[in-house]
Design a protein around this ligand. Structure first.
Ligand SMILES: [Zn+2]
Length: 140
């Protein structure tokens, strides 16, 4: 015995058992297979569900890799932009950012490194800055 997922012309999907594949072909051709929901005898084999599921998961894996690459590209562009437009102040970032905030230093864009502690005290003082995840200069 063999089972097939079958579909009628009105899209009702149902399972039917036959002696073998040839038996299904013969019965379907003679109009002896009918839909249990509507009695239609224009029956065809329905696509198997597992094939559809596999297709979807392959697509999703590709999408995740694509998003990661896109994120790296965005970071690289941002880094190039910052390096072009801002002064590099290295580990003096917190001090310089504070001076600019209190107008003790020239108003300009800067970038550099700050410790978590420095970043937190800048936040507490209301100094505006962004943290960007890229490798520090000393690491190349
Ligand atoms: Zn039907």
């Amino acid at each position: 015995m063999i089972s097939f997922n079958l579909r009628c012309a009105k899209d009702h999907v149902f399972e039917a058992w036959f002696k073998d594949g040839k038996s299904y072909d013969r019965q379907a051709k003679q109009g002896r297979v009918s839909c249990p929901a509507c009695g239609d005898n224009k029956i065809e084999k329905a696509p198997m569900a597992p094939n559809i599921a596999a297709g979807v998961s392959r697509k999703e894996r590709g999408g995740q890799a694509g998003r990661a690459a896109e994120f790296r590209e965005t970071l690289n562009k941002l880094r190039a932009e910052v390096e072009k437009n801002c002064d590099y102040v290295g580990p003096n970032f917190a001090e310089e950012a504070r001076k600019i905030h209190y107008k003790e230093s020239e108003q300009r864009g800067i970038y550099g490194e700050a410790t978590d502690q420095e970043a937190k005290s800048l936040e507490d003082e209301g100094v505006e800055f962004n943290r960007i995840p890229w490798p520090s200069r000393t690491n190349g």
